[in-house]
Design a protein. Structure first.
Length: 193
């Protein structure tokens, strides 16, 4: 028993000496590797809401609209924001010529429409769903940065947003991460009224 105890003690001492020697032998190369790892992590982190949308062709109309309404800097700010992002197909549901008119002649109206899709704070799908369930049958009110309110409900297992005009949009994908918030994808453009 004494021999086993002595062997374990000697083994522990040897391992400790090796560990200390290894720590003492660290060089600037190890620090450089740590810096490279941090830079790689930062490079692979998602960009802002605008960066994420611009990186996906599905949102090219939305990105063009954000730029026309001069909201790019705002949506690239610190946030956090939750954006209910209409796809190109969602914009395609608008009457012919509407997008062109909004992006060229009615940019103030366009800004109002776009900010109606933005909510302060990063609200993930689980949090939104819980709030809807707690609100009950009338739905959960979602105040937007544009000053209006959306009503969130659940229908057939999907989150549905009702706008001020009574129009609805279904959330088709959730929790797209951005450095300054979260994006939920919707299938229809919402109107503030």
């Amino acid at each position: 028993m004494k021999t086993l105890k002595k062997t374990l003690t000697n083994t522990f001492a040897a391992v400790s000496v090796l560990a200390l020697a290894a720590c003492a032998g660290e060089t600037e190369t190890d620090d450089t590797m740590a810096d490279d790892t941090m830079m790689a992590d930062e490079a692979s982190a998602p960009g802002t809401i605008v960066d994420v949308a611009a990186g996906d062709e599905t949102f090219s109309t939305l990105v063009a609209a954000v730029n026309a309404a001069d909201l790019g800097a705002t949506l690239s700010g610190t946030g956090p924001y939750t954006v209910f992002a209409p796809t190109n197909d969602a914009f395609g549901k608008l009457p012919e010529g509407t997008v062109e008119t909004l992006t060229t002649e009615q940019t103030d109206k366009l800004a109002g429409i776009l900010t109606y899709h933005v909510v302060e704070g990063a609200i993930d799908a689980a949090t939104l769903t819980t709030a809807i369930e707690a609100a009950g049958e009338g739905g959960h009110p979602v105040p937007t940065v544009g000053g209006g309110t959306l009503t969130a409900t659940i229908a057939d297992g999907a989150v549905v947003l009702t706008d001020a005009t009574g129009g609805t949009a279904t959330v088709t994908a959730t929790d797209v991460e951005a450095s300054n918030g979260v994006i939920h994808i919707i299938d229809t453009v919402l109107m503030p009224g």
